[in-house]
Design a protein around this ligand. Structure first.
Ligand SMILES: [Zn+2]
Length: 405
């Protein structure tokens, strides 16, 4: 973050912007895959120093250093292998297509990753797509998609103003940008210049829900890659200050995500009663946060100690951000004596790789047939049913599932 934003909130410029939480030396990237254990353990590290704005309720990491950011193509953040997540993405795409009449239109996606969601929108609505992402790599020949979707391996910026569109979507990207209003201003300026020649495009953004992370203490969601944490109020504030009229912000995926819909227009600046209450609640939660964080760590340290004492074999399910953060906050280094030696992930691109910071090997669910763990720690309760089913199908039955929070 720039020097100026160290002293004031980068969203609303308020000086009620204070540090409330600090963890030093965490892996810079949870989602970079490491082919060797030692390299994984020696990964680049950075500090978490979170500030809270008691005016707009935005939370940001002021120790975040953009120079650490090099989103290489090995960045692997696709959640799409989970059936539960696929169902969610499919119903979201269907809903957006219906509500915004996205048929034979042009859809622009900022931060499209490997392009899965854009493909879905284009396939289901017979649309054309333009996807921006520096980590994009062509996965396979998509046939029809090659003609209808253009992928640009770059950050979205002013220079892409000529890419006119009818709808903009951006999922799980804004929280990675240290000055989110910069991107929103670029988008709003690009749209303003093209709006004369077409209708006012709808905007859809999805980010992790800071209420879930900080009010419900989902502490494993605090990662270096996320330099921003948005509550519904902070998200509304950010878009309103960049020339957007926010239509709605909803909590989705059991409250874990926020979905915002907006378009260019008169911003709304007054808070509703519910929003005012949310800010006051968050002010209270932030005060308690470090205490609650340490309590959670202590509970887990004790659990892991007992597992080791009872010679129970423990695996973690999910080598995503939550799992990697769990291991790193608890400092569970991989070794023969380690309470956790393996992490299971259904994404074949992750299997055989190693966890950043702590060095656990990532294995397939099939590995458990031989390994037969006693305990499986699940990092996201939303996937519990599908994990239970997979374990039963694999004949891994003598183990108990524990939710990692
Ligand atoms: Zn603020």
């Amino acid at each position: 973050m720039s020097q100026a934003s160290q002293n004031t909130c980068p969203i609303c410029s308020s000086s009620q912007w204070q540090t409330f939480f600090e963890v030093l030396s965490v892996p810079v990237f949870c989602n970079i895959l490491w082919p060797e254990k030692l390299a994984a353990q020696r990964c680049n590290r950075g500090d978490l120093r979170l500030n809270f704005c008691s005016n707009c309720s935005f939370i940001g990491n002021i120790a975040f250093d953009p120079d650490h950011l090099d989103y290489a193509q090995t960045y692997e953040n696709a959640l799409d292998f989970s059936p539960r997540f696929q169902t969610y993405a499919h119903s979201l795409a269907t809903q957006l297509i219906e509500q915004h009449d996205l048929h034979h239109k042009t859809i622009l996606e900022i931060g499209c990753g490997k392009g899965e969601f854009l493909l879905l929108l284009c396939e289901l609505g017979d649309n054309r797509g333009i996807g921006f992402d520096p980590t994009y790599i062509p996965l396979e020949e998509h046939g029809w998609a090659n003609e209808k979707i253009q992928f640009i391996q770059d950050y979205y910026s002013e220079k892409y103003i000529e890419y006119q569109n009818d709808f903009v979507c951006c999922r799980h990207t804004l929280e990675h940008i240290p000055q989110p209003t910069q991107l929103l201003n670029i988008l709003s300026n690009n749209l303003k210049k093209t709006i004369q020649s077409q209708a006012n495009p709808g905007i859809f953004f999805e980010v992790p829900n800071a209420l879930d992370t900080f009010s419900r203490s989902a502490i494993w969601d605090i990662i270096y890659e996320h330099c921003c944490y948005f509550s519904p109020v902070a998200l509304t504030y950010a878009f309103s200050s960049c020339g957007f009229k926010v239509e709605q912000v909803t909590e989705e995926f059991q409250g874990q995500f926020l979905c915002l819909e907006a378009h260019l227009g008169e911003p709304t600046t007054t808070l509703t009663k519910v929003q005012q209450q949310q800010v006051s609640q968050l002010v209270q939660d932030i005060k308690q946060f470090t205490i609650r964080f340490n309590q959670t760590l202590e509970i887990w340290q004790e659990k892991l100690r007992q597992f080791s004492q009872n010679h129970q074999k423990v695996v973690l399910w999910g080598a995503g951000s939550k799992g990697v953060t769990f291991l790193n906050f608890l400092k569970v280094e991989s070794s023969v004596q380690s309470p956790i030696e393996y992490v299971v992930d259904i994404n074949p691109r992750k299997q055989g790789m190693y966890v950043a910071g702590t060095g656990q090997k990532i294995v397939s669910p099939e590995f458990l047939q031989e390994y037969q763990p006693d305990i499986v720690i699940i990092m996201n309760p939303i996937y519990k049913d599908e994990i239970q089913k997979m374990l039963t199908d694999l004949g891994v039955q003598d183990c108990s599932l524990t939710i990692g929070f």
